[in-house]
Design a protein around this ligand. Structure first.
Ligand SMILES: NC(=O)C1=CN([C@@H]2O[C@H](COP(=O)(O)OP(=O)(O)OC[C@H]3O[C@@H](n4cnc5c(N)ncnc54)[C@H](O)[C@@H]3O)[C@@H](O)[C@H]2O)[C@@H](O)CC1
Ligand SMILES: Nc1ncnc2c1ncn2[C@@H]1O[C@H](COP(=O)(O)OP(=O)(O)O)[C@@H](O)[C@H]1O
Ligand SMILES: [K+]
Length: 504
């Protein structure tokens, strides 16, 4: 059994895997030896010629890995300087043994003066803190971390760059900026969540011998977003299908001066394989839209009565409400009327509920019809705070926990957008997305995402999978375009992204 590459283990889950491995008879010191050796090998691989390896060892097992790596590097003929935090005579368990076996005379951390920024400078092996980081860095260790960063020494981090919280990816006081990070068995959420991801550099996962079945049993309901998670439920066109089988997506447009966002969503929906896409618009926007649309159809809907009439047509299989729609009573009424159908609520559709989010959540709690539960909310950070102010402000929660709490409260799938978008379901499943290039931060990019997810919902993909696949496709399309992309280009790149997925 292999550990799937999208597996993520929170630090407490990794500690549990460690504990179960020891209970199953594996030597925990043996695991530390494997870990330390792997670190030394990684250092030699990246820096085959190095003047001085500086190993910084902390007071726990991360430091233990450091003592093993220092010993192995010295045995390989590398000049090693070792600096420790705390009193090494007070080390316990495996770390004490690793220290005992390492015959290098170290010095206290305060004695280290980073020598960096040039070809023959220090290569720093960071074994100060890993999964056991318990509080913000302060005092001498914080000053040292800042000095190493300032000196621009290349850093190879053991498990995590010291100062990064493995659960949330947050910087605790200060954190080392690593060029390479070597972690064990599976990545932690902090390797993917920002700013942790940026500070890890290139991450290598090494098997140190904990059986895959133990790792799998300890993994929770969080993983990296990718095709392995939802490929099986991705809609695939079949020869015998006609367009109605591929779903009918309705996108709501704003008034005559705000039709672009809805058009982007609709175009993205069509590209993502919805059989039919209709833009619903108020009467005064119809002539503007009519000059802009070809394959996308147009339907006049002015008010709630008009919407309710249209909703009798059960061939409409999903809806996108929010892009360019306008904030206010009309958006609230439309969202509540659509709350029992497959719905992507985005942008203005979300912001319209900032005064009374509970009314939306109450509507989502009422189960109605066959599309029940197929609701996706796609807030960026600002919109998230409007609907979930208390959750957004809770400093104890990371982005994953925030998205999960919001999904449970709203009874909807939450796509908490950003460079590290988190997708969470009310039942606790969650995914961190990491394939989005920064070029996606461009006007209209969110409208395209809403249309992609809407089209997948229209084709009956379950909401969590549709949201996750949509976010991934959006990122992949962006990655194919790169620098200078616009939201219109993004629509054009959905086809190649989908083709790549369906071929894979
Ligand atoms: N399967 C596993 O879990 C394995 C874990 N290993 C290593 O063990 C590490 C986890 O070891 P530990 O749980 O001992 O934790 P760490 O060694 O990461 O840190 C815990 C120690 O740091 C101190 N500390 C925490 N935050 C501090 C702060 N802000 N300022 C000063 N001191 C602070 C704690 O009091 C404790 O002494 C992993 O990151 C990994 O490197 C490896 O040995 C191999 C096996
Ligand atoms: N720095 C970034 N790196 C990668 N993706 C990003 C970044 N910033 C934003 N995104 C993505 O781009 C999209 C922007 O959506 P949104 O904020 O709603 O923009 P708009 O309202 O202009 O359409 C989201 O999918 C978000 O996850
Ligand atoms: K570390």
């Amino acid at each position: 059994m292999l550990i799937p590459s999208h597996t993520l283990l929170a630090p407490d889950e990794m500690a549990e895997a460690d504990r179960r491995a020891a209970l199953s008879g594996l030597s925990s010191y043996g695991l530390m030896e494997q870990a330390g050796r792997a670190v030394a090998a990684e250092v030699l691989r990246h820096f085959p010629v190095l003047e001085r390896a500086v190993v910084l060892c902390g007071p726990g097992n991360n430091g233990g890995d450091g003592y093993v790596a220092a010993r192995v590097l010295a045995e390989s003929g590398v000049p090693v300087a070792l600096f420790y935090l705390g009193d090494p005579d007070r080390l316990k368990g495996d770390a004490e043994r690793a220290h005992r076996n390492c015959k290098i005379n170290g010095a206290p951390l305060s004695a280290y003066r980073p020598d960096g920024g040039k070809a023959d400078g220090d290569v720093v092996i960071d074994a100060l803190f890993g999964a056991g980081l318990a509080r913000p860095l302060e005092g001498e260790v914080k000053a040292l971390v800042e000095a190493v960063n300032e000196a621009e020494c290349p850093v190879v981090a053991v498990d995590l760059p010291s100062g990064i919280d493995g659960r949330t990816g947050r910087v605790m006081g200060a954190a080392l900026r690593a060029q390479h990070t070597i972690t064990f068995m599976a990545r932690k959420p902090g390797h993917l969540l920002l700013p942790g991801r940026d500070l890890c550099g290139h991450v290598t996962v090494t098997d140190i011998g904990i059986p895959a079945r133990i790792v799998a049993a300890c993994a929770g309901r969080l993983a990296e977003n990718g095709p392995a998670v939802w490929q099986a439920s991705l809609p695939r066109p079949e020869t015998a299908q006609h367009k109605f089988v591929r779903g009918h997506l309705m996108v709501f447009s704003g008034g005559p001066s705000a039709t672009g966002a809805g058009r982007l969503s609709a175009a993205a929906g069509l590209r993502t394989g919805a059989g039919l896409v209709t833009i619903a618009a108020p009467g005064n926007a119809l002539s503007v839209l009519a000059t802009q649309l070809t394959a996308v159809m147009l339907k006049r809907i002015d008010d709630l009565d008009g919407l309710e009439g249209v909703l009798e047509d059960k061939r409409l299989t999903a809806f996108v409400l929010g892009p360019g729609f306008g904030i206010g009573e009309r958006a609230r009424a439309f969202a509540l009327a659509l709350s029992g159908r497959a719905l992507v609520l985005d942008a203005d559709g979300i912001s319209s509920f900032s005064e009374d989010p509970q009314s939306l959540f109450d509507a989502f709690r009422q189960e109605r019809g066959e599309e029940q539960g197929q609701r996706v909310l796609t807030p960026h950070e600002g919109e998230f705070a409007r609907l979930f102010a208390d959750i957004a402000g809770d400093r104890s929660l990371g982005k994953v926990e925030k998205a999960r709490a919001a999904a449970s409260r709203a009874n909807a799938v939450i796509v908490y957008k950003g460079a590290d978008t988190v997708i969470a379901a009310p039942d606790g499943r969650a995914l961190i997305n990491a394939n989005a290039p920064p070029w996606l931060a461009t006007a209209g990019s969110g409208d395209v995402l809403a249309g992609i997810i809407g089209a997948l919902l229209a084709q009956k993909m379950p909401a969590f999978e549709a949201a996750a696949a949509g976010v991934w496709l959006h990122g992949d399309a962006g990655g194919r375009l790169g620098a200078g992309l616009t939201a219109e280009d993004l629509v054009g790149a959905i086809g190649p992204a989908l083709a790549g997925l369906l071929a894979g």
